[in-house]
Design a protein around this ligand. Structure first.
Ligand SMILES: O=C(O)CCC(=O)C(=O)O
Length: 277
């Protein structure tokens, strides 16, 4: 990884993506689509890949200030492979245990994939901001994860976490607080986590956007995946290029979303079970 992010460290930010008024406007659109941020329990699998059917999500991931930062890391040609809303309502125990995004993704090379996490509300130590471990602490390697699907407070699908014998997260993590409209970038192998929302009033709403070079390949699962071109060109054709939604709840976009959720189930849940089987 070259350019805007120190490859040894593996994360960068906060940086300014858009102003607070724009963040509030996007939060209103989020709430129109998904309901009040103070009640995150109503998020279904529509929280994944909502750029397929909501134009304002495409607007966020195409924000020039974000693309400029990502181009400095990955170069001029950029695909978005995945988006996900990460919402913690006030006074909730929901958390993300220490993990690496690369773990189950199958994308190669991992160095050519990054996550931007953009805040629509403030994200603080109190309401559970992201915390990163500099990659120098573990030489940027892929670390083993253990799974605890029984931990209902863990928002990760498999309840996965890096065991403390591999990394002492609490001792090494750096919390990064964000104001509405600020963002961070972290490398695919950067260990990160976030704690519960201990605030009584402040929901924490962020959008994670995974960008990659078009040369990246998917190496697991049998189904071909899609991605959206947001900068430059795709000279590789490793992913089906997704069309932009023309309106909120775009019908074609919703049909594509249903297909992508099925692909995700086959490529990530089913193929993994077979490997374990
Ligand atoms: O929103 C969070 O606290 C965790 C998000 C995360 O793990 C990610 O975006 O990779």
């Amino acid at each position: 990884m070259k350019g805007g992010m120190d490859p040894e460290k593996g994360f960068v930010g906060p940086f300014h993506a858009f102003d607070a008024a724009q963040a509030t406007a996007y939060l209103t659109l989020y709430e129109e689509a998904f309901g009040p941020a103070s009640d995150a329990s109503n998020l279904t699998d529509k929280r994944f890949q909502s750029h397929l059917y909501l134009p304002f999500v495409v607007a966020i991931m195409s924000t020039e200030a974000i693309l400029k930062q990502v181009r400095a890391v990955l170069g001029p040609d950029l695909l978005v492979w995945f988006t996900e809303w990460h919402v913690k309502r006030p006074a909730s125990s929901s958390k993300y245990t220490p993990h690496q995004d690369s773990t189950y993704a199958g994308l190669v090379p991992a160095e050519d994939v990054v996550t931007v996490w953009v805040a629509l509300t403030e994200a603080t130590r109190t309401n559970g901001c992201l915390e990163f471990v500099p990659m120098t602490e573990y030489h940027g390697e892929q670390l083993p994860h253990v799974e605890d699907p029984g931990d209902s407070a863990n928002l990760l699908l498999r309840g996965q976490r890096i065991a403390s014998e591999h990394l002492d997260f609490t001792a090494k993590a750096v919390p990064v607080e964000l104001r509405p409209g600020e963002a961070t970038i972290h490398a695919f192998r950067c260990v990160h986590a976030s704690g519960p929302n201990r605030s009584d009033a402040s929901p924490r709403v962020g959008l994670a956007i995974r960008y990659m070079k078009p040369s990246v390949r998917q190496t697991q699962g049998g189904r071909r995946e899609g991605a959206m071109l947001v900068s430059g060109q795709d000279d590789f054709g490793h992913f089906d290029l997704q069309p932009l939604p023309s309106e909120a709840w775009d019908r074609g976009g919703l049909a594509l979303h249903a297909r992508e959720m099925e692909v995700m189930r086959v490529n990530y849940m089913e193929s993994r079970r077979k490997e374990e089987g």
